[in-house]
Design a protein around this ligand. Sequence first.
Ligand code: ADP
Length: 404
Amino acid sequence: MKILVVNAGSSSLKYQLIDMDTEDVLARGVCERIGEAGSRIIHKLPDGRKYTEEVELPDHTAAFKKVTDVMLHGDYAVLKDLSDIAAVGHRIVQGAERFSESVLVTEEVVNTISEIAPLAPLHNVAHVQAIRACQAVLDKSVPQVVVFDTSFHATMPPKAFLFGVPYEYYKKYHVRRYGFHGTSHRYVSAKCAEVMGRDIKDLKLITCHLGNGCSITAVDGGKSVDTSMGFTPLDGFIMGTRSGGVDPSAVTYIMEKEGFSPKEMDLVLNKKSGYYGLSGGISDHRDLCAAADNGDEMAELARQIQVYQIKKFIGGYATVLGRVDGIVFTGGIGENSHWIRENICENMGILGISIDKEKNRHISGSECEITGADSKVAVWVIATDEELTIARDTKEICERAGLL
Ligand code: ADP
């Protein structure tokens, strides 16, 4: 049985076709610059072959049609018939308080995703467009499931999710911490319990998803009890181009000084801050480390600031959990940068955390333990797989509903 996983952005549509009998990825790709000049599809096969075509993609339906064309016809085909797609799973950024778990797509569900779009305007609108695109191109009987970045964090208590602003803004505008990357935190925490040979219900874990976007979650007995991202994926600590947490009055002060509108300030905080803003234009962790190693002081400072802020989150979450059994590193940086793992775990004896530096430098496989000999806390590097998690949810929900 084949399930297609779709992750749509405002001008992009990423996809993965997964064979659920083996959980192998049959094809993956992306349509870029949808609705803009220079739009194209990049389609990759597991053997490393890659097909790129510049093609006009005026909207998500045209993009999705192109994806199915490439999957069905020509040298890069992976499907005999469109009906081989048994179901579609969509990644949805914001589920707000309306969705605490993945659900089957119905008209009511689509309407609710649209209703909460003001909380994530760019994302949720694109997700609805992608759902409509699938409905337009595939047979109406093909079930679709939506999997939310926020739903894993629905278990956070009010003391973790409320901000100290007038309560009426929570009631009127739903302003609160939602948390994101939930699918990743859910996957790696479950995987960590599995590789530790323990029941997740007995474990207290801190999961660090470090990629272009970064977040840390305190997971108690398999449930998120606190997380670093907030109302939007901007809060927490510095990321590639995002500021992380900033004193709110510094934000209003900068707006006044620079004459920025809320939209302009939003752009600065989301796209011009973090590594990028501090280093003067470097947003990629590898490039930042290369510059720092070559003596660029601001690049060095940017990576030190991030490490410092991450340590504070880990320390804070250790007190929230009362005990830490394991720390997990995941995401492009967490999985690949031995520098970040070594520096975060340096001087963490107070929490009983240490790593084996040799193992940390030579990790292999998708789950690798780097716990130090004297460490009281297990430290793991686990490759996240959000698409597989979405595909598994899709299969399970469709089977439960008798649709597969
Ligand atoms: P996204 O949040 O967009 O999904 P990723 O999880 O792919 O991003 O993470 C991208 C980040 O991972 C970039 O900063 C990149 O430099 C970093 N990264 C990827 N590979 C490596 C590597 N081998 N060593 C260090 N950093 C890496």
